[in-house]
Design a protein around this ligand. Structure first.
Ligand code: BTN
Length: 328
């Protein structure tokens, strides 16, 4: 159930430039005007700046840039995703917390967020730098009823969600580098780590870890990744409100996930390919014996990347084999 405070935020955010009178809030939410005033004072404690003018009403001047369970939940317009949010100022990895919660029966759609991770995990046992208050470090618990071998589709789905938010909400031009890197101007700004607990033919749960470099200055990026990583701030020259960004990601995720369950992978595949880095282009692909030229044509149902060789054969290829940035 949406809390009264969430309803007030929703009402005020839907009319951003105009005031809503206390009477109208009171009518819509069926609470007294003094109760509204008390809720507004609580919201202000969480960092909202709300202007209240006699005979006109209230409007939000500023939303907090402080991520917390409350700030993410207030104004979150999802039906099931993020109904339970766990926020930590510092933790080893949100993946660890999500696995613990999922093993202890946490609901489908539970979200774990941290301001900082001291042992952030990337793919292939790499470390993921997660400096304090600079980025979004978040894990989503899902309990999908799909067979385990299709779980990679969820990684591709998540990549399209992030690309959509960056394109549609932030007006950027993201690319997805197979399987899961979100690039801006050829540099990585976000990564996805999907982990699951499954039996032979049934998924118990999946944890989707999302890391986004948001408000990093160049010096905030670890030295060894500075040449290949970037942040939203570096690319746009401005700071972003992480609470709003998280809310948008969760909203797009819920919608895309429901579409996927309704209509299948084809919707995701098409979208993924439209964002796919170097899709339709010739690259060099290293095999055991030699290097061959091939066009990256798209992705397969199992999430593999497809390449068409000069002799017309189409094969699945893996990231390590592709010369992504070389001149072909
Ligand atoms: C990659 O590109 O290698 C994947 C990076 C995934 C990082 C995120 S941050 C939130 C979640 N917690 C982790 O420890 N890792 C993922």
């Amino acid at each position: 159930m949406e809390s009264t405070r969430a309803k007030i935020i929703n009402l005020l955010s839907s009319n951003q430039d105009s005031y809503i009178s206390g009477q109208e809030i009171s009518n819509q939410l069926q609470i007294s005007r003094s109760a509204i005033w008390k809720h507004i004072k609580e919201l202000e404690k969480d960092g909202y700046v709300i202007e209240g003018i006699r005979n006109r009403g209230y409007r939000i001047l500023q939303s907090p840039n402080k991520v917390s369970e409350n700030t993410v939940q207030w104004g979150l317009n999802t039906n099931w995703l993020g109904k339970s949010i766990i926020h930590k100022e510092s933790t080893t990895s949100t993946q660890h917390i999500a696995h613990d919660l999922a093993t202890n029966h946490a609901d489908h759609g539970t979200v774990v967020i941290a301001d900082e991770q001291t042992a952030g995990k990337g793919r292939l046992s790499r470390a993921w730098y997660s400096s304090k208050n600079k980025g979004i470090w978040m894990s989503i618990i899902l309990r999908p009823s799909i067979p385990p071998y299709l779980a990679p589709q969820l990684t591709l789905l998540t990549a399209t969600v992030l690309a959509d938010v960056l394109k549609k909400e932030l007006k950027l031009n993201p690319k997805i580098k197979w399987p899961n890197d979100i690039l801006l101007q050829d540099k990585k700004t976000s990564g996805i780590l999907t982990e699951m607990q499954a039996e032979q033919d049934r998924i118990q749960y999946v944890v989707i870890g999302i890391g986004i470099n948001v408000n990093h200055e160049p010096d905030d990026l670890a030295e060894d990744i500075q040449s290949k990583a970037t942040s939203l701030k570096i690319e746009t020259g401005k700071s972003w409100n992480m609470t709003e960004l998280i809310q948008q990601i969760l909203l797009y995720f819920e919608k895309t996930y429901e579409d996927f369950l309704d209509k299948g992978f084809s919707v995701i595949k098409e979208k993924w390919e439209s964002y796919g880095y170097r899709i339709g282009e010739v690259t060099s692909i290293k095999t055991f014996h030699d290097v061959q030229r091939a066009v990256l044509t798209g992705i397969a149902e199992d999430g593999a990347l497809l390449a068409k060789y000069e002799d017309g054969t189409i094969k699945k290829v893996y990231s390590g084999e592709i010369d992504w940035f070389g001149n072909t």
